[in-house]
Design a protein around this ligand. Structure first.
Ligand code: PFF
Length: 510
């Protein structure tokens, strides 16, 4: 049986935009700003930038290089290294697709709701109360599920429908085309928001809080844990996405240059968006005569509480500002959620040869149904616990294995040789040391500190039962699911599959 025909990006810029689209998401605006805020403003930037250099960049090079060499999704790529490691690829895409994306799409749905609320500033004079009591109707325990919030359910259906339409159309006509439209719009909207924000009175004080790090926070291990998990989240590392996207690249390509461009644009975007966010917070502090540090008390709700508050205070065109802000969040979110649906679908197609369109359709229906729990009145509590465990543990543990498998079992030098063979910019030998030693050691240290922290008190003050059932077990069940899929037979041996694609590619080149 021949391997199915492997899709390809139509243009190189299409690949870069799609990958940047995956990287830039809610994480860059919603997550980055509340993490920054929570961790002493700019103090967060120091560990964040260190995390970018010591693990972010080395791992993005690894993932793009691996997908390009193995010509396959994450499971196919790890299976080509050795069948023993196939489960790792499945685990990554399973807990992201049936974990992270389930709540991620609900946040996109909130943004869509807030986009429409912006037209008449529906949140009224008390956005705090509006968000928790009127919009979410939040119960205080994860086990008081309450009702599904229909208004959120409705926009969630729209989000999954859009996800489906884009991914269904395939790599060139769906993902690539959407990214070529989404990304320029997102950049323009963000530029408008930043310039607008910086012209407001008090903006400078807000930006100063952001850019003048409070170094007393640097000794706090929690700040480091957040910085490392944020780097994974923001670069979509450990998601299996970069591997799948790189597998659609032509043989001759620029792996190192692309990895640097993608991580550079992504992190620059976060830093600039942070300036916009803090400028607006500075304005709000100025108008309410409070210090910047006091204008926001929310964490996860920062975008939905502090921002609406600030928007209502704007001197002119406040609804337009809200529309731009929430509109850009929707676009950023969608360009990321489509990437994991494709990464998962490509895993299934590689292994079982089911038709791509059917796989995507089933996945999107399943994703929609799975997301519904986060639209209930206990949704934000579930989201908080799931986000903490899946990003702080799932992404980090997955990445530790990734480094060990490639560094020690596959022989990292082989991969470096492959990358350097095709890349104009070369990977230095120091990279081997990063993947084999530095990155895994740092990640293991972060993991151990997270565990110590975890055992010293209940995360977020939730009950231990909630933490175990919603947080830890989510990871364990996804691991079981990954093992079960990994034990199923391949329609075509993964290495043979890779060789066939390679030959196909050679024929095209010659
Ligand atoms: N890099 C994305 C972000 O920062 O928002 C993370 C992401 C989440 C990617 C969910 C893909 C995804 F489906």
């Amino acid at each position: 049986m021949l391997a199915h025909h492997r899709p390809k990006w139509k243009t190189h810029i299409g690949f870069v935009l799609a990958t940047v689209g995956s990287a830039i998401g809610l994480g860059n605006i919603w997550r980055f700003s509340y993490l920054c805020y929570k961790n002493g403003g700019g103090a967060f930037l120091v560990p964040y930038i260190i995390a970018l250099f010591v693990v972010g960049i080395p791992l993005i090079v690894l993932e793009i290089g691996l997908g390009h060499k193995m010509r396959g999704s994450a499971p196919a790529s790890f299976a080509s290294v050795s069948k023993k490691w196939e489960w790792l690829g499945w685990w990554q895409i399973v807990f992201v697709m049936f974990g992270i994306v389930l709540y991620y799409s609900v946040i996109i749905a909130w943004c869509l709701n807030y986009f429409f609320f912006s037209f008449d500033l529906s949140w009224g004079p008390n956005p705090d109360n509006f968000f928790t009591e009127v919009f979410l109707m939040n119960t205080d325990s994860p086990f008081s599920i309450g009702d599904v919030r229909t208004i959120i359910l409705f926009s969630l259906a729209v989000v999954w429908f859009l996800n489906w339409v884009i991914v269904f159309k395939g790599v060139q006509n769906g993902l690539e085309r959407a990214s070529k439209v989404f990304m320029p719009i997102l950049f323009i909207l963000t530029a408008v928001i930043i310039i607008w924000g910086l012209r407001l009175e008090g903006a400078a004080a807000g930006v100063a809080v952001y850019l003048k790090p409070d170094f007393s926070q640097i000794t706090n291990i929690k700040v480091w844990m957040d910085a490392f998990s944020q780097i994974f989240f923001t670069l979509s590392l450990g998601f299996g996405i970069m591997i799948a996207y790189a597998s659609y690249l032509p043989k001759k390509t620029q792996i190192v240059r692309d990895a640097l461009i993608i991580s550079g644009i992504n992190c620059l975007f976060s830093l600039l968006a942070g300036i916009g966010v803090f400028a607006v917070l500075g304005y709000m502090a100025n108008t309410t005569s409070l210090p910047v540090s006091e204008v926001v008390t929310e964490s996860i709700g920062l975008a939905f509480v502090a921002f609406p508050k600030a928007i209502s205070l704007l001197p002119a065109f406040s609804n337009l500002f809200g529309i731009l802000f929430f509109g850009s969040l929707v676009i950023a979110g969608l360009s990321s959620s489509i990437s994991i649906i494709e990464a998962f679908a490509s895993g299934i197609v590689d292994k079982f040869h089911y038709p791509h369109k059917a796989v995507v359709s089933v996945l999107c229906v399943a994703g929609f149904l799975g997301s519904i729990i986060f639209t209930t009145q206990a949704g934000i509590n579930w989201l908080d616990i799931a986000d903490h465990f899946l990003t702080q543990y799932g992404l980090i543990i997955g990445a530790i294995f990734e480094c060990i498998v490639i560094g020690w079992f596959f022989k990292v030098n082989k991969l470096r040789g492959h990358i350097n063979h095709y890349s104009g910019w070369k990977v230095p030998i120091f990279w081997n040391f990063c993947i084999k030693v530095i990155s895994p050691l740092i990640l293991i240290a972060i993991l151990i500190s997270s565990l110590i922290e975890e055992f010293s008190h209940n995360y977020g003050g939730y009950s231990p039962v909630a933490i175990i059932l919603i947080g830890r077990d989510w990871l364990i069940y996804s691991l079981f699911a990954a093992l079960i899929i990994a034990f199923q037979p391949w329609r075509l041996d993964p290495r043979q599959r890779m060789l066939i694609h390679e030959k196909e590619e050679d024929k095209k080149v010659s």
